[in-house]
Design a protein. Structure first.
Length: 370
């Protein structure tokens, strides 16, 4: 029988243990846990009592509490399920007593200082000498390249949000509030089969659109002003992320010009995306177009980011140290221009990097030709 994708992922991780990595890894980030085990439960508390993974050369354990034990047995087929007793650290130490593990890596950008301090203190009285080492971006470095099944889930998430936005855009009229539009997006998305939103929808009309991550308010949409709508959904854990700027009625000449400039920067940024290119290059191309128009200081975020089990993950398309883009990466391209007190324009597509270049995955709905 063919091994499951989860077994293959764990096997790949195990091959690096003890050489490139510590002897064991303690995986606590929900997206990484799901990627390696297929286990979907989440607890939004910092201690993530829904579960964590302990993986070493000869073992793979999912540690959870009694609320999730049945679900863990059903979903994490390649893992031994251990129910916590006397807390997560005591449970880990009980497991490690029977192993030859001399070092354990933890995801240092996810756990609290207090928990790691307690872990280090308890290791001092542990009968075996075990080093605790902080690690970052281990599983994320696997997740950054999507396989065909992952791309399929992302495409389905895109189909749902694009159809929802198409319907919402056609239904918006002056007098509707930002909150009303956001609620409609969420209702339609869940009715269409999304398991959840990727993030709370952004709906920002007029001056509120000058805030890239504006929270919907009771403010009512007015004729002619720009309205930024940014939304995405999850399907089988995988996210979509899509932004459109629309106008109810005729926009002012200033915003027609800004919209055309953002669209040009987006198109040229997408053209710059291909395998072998450094991830900061598409941002440089798009940003230079906006800079030459004298509005460089009004584009105040990166060009884009990776999307997968997390709505924001690697690679980062932005200034600074980049990484090489590779086939199978899925990224957003979302330039924006924001004018305080007046409004903003942002357009966002999702793009798959292919061996021949790149492919825009999001349909071209709600796009103006100014």
């Amino acid at each position: 029988m063919k091994d499951s994708v989860f077994k293959l992922r764990v096997r790949r991780l195990k091959s690096k243990l003890g050489s490139e990595l510590p002897d064991a890894l303690w995986i606590t980030r929900p997206e990484n846990r799901r990627y390696l085990s297929g286990y979907t439960a989440e607890d939004p508390q910092m201690d993530e009592s829904a579960g964590s993974l302990l993986i070493w050369k000869r073992g793979a354990v999912l540690i959870t509490d009694t609320r999730y034990t049945i679900q863990a047995h059903k979903q994490a087929r390649g893992f031994r399920i251990v129910t916590m007793k006397n807390g997560i650290i005591n449970t880990i130490l009980r497991i490690l007593k029977r192993t030859n593990v001399e070092s354990i890596g933890f995801e240092e950008d996810h756990l609290t200082y207090g928990l790691i301090r307690t872990f280090r203190r308890q290791l001092r009285s542990f009968p075996k000498k075990i080093k605790l080492k902080g690690v970052n971006n281990i599983v994320e470095s696997f997740r950054i390249i999507k396989d065909s099944s992952e791309i399929g889930h992302i495409k389905k998430a895109i189909r749902i949000i694009s159809s929802v936005l198409d319907e919402v855009i056609q239904s918006i009229s002056p007098g509707m509030s930002e909150k009303e539009i956001a609620r409609k997006i969420e209702t339609l998305a869940l009715d269409a089969g999304a398991e959840a939103m990727s993030f709370p929808p952004i709906v920002a009309g007029g001056p509120n659109g000058a805030m890239p991550h504006a929270v919907p308010t009771d403010r009512k949409i007015k004729t002619g002003e720009p309205v930024i709508i940014d939304a995405g959904v999850r399907v089988n854990g995988y996210c979509s992320d899509m932004t459109r700027t629309l106008f109810i009625g005729s926009p002012k000449r200033e915003f027609k010009r800004i919209y055309a400039l953002v669209r040009k920067a987006q198109i040229e940024g997408i053209k710059a995306i291909k395998e072998g290119v450094m991830s900061d290059e598409p941002d440089r191309v798009a940003r230079n177009i906006i800079k030459k128009a004298g509005l460089g200081d009004r584009f105040n975020h990166t060009l884009g980011h990776g999307v997968g089990l997390a709505v924001h993950e690697g690679p980062r398309l932005g200034p600074g140290k980049g990484i090489m883009l590779k086939e199978g990466m899925v990224v957003t391209v979302e330039p924006g221009i924001y004018l305080p007190g007046r409004g903003g324009v942002r357009l966002e597509e999702m793009v798959l990097i292919t061996k021949d270049g790149s492919k825009v995955l999001t349909p071209q709905i709600g796009i103006y030709d100014f």
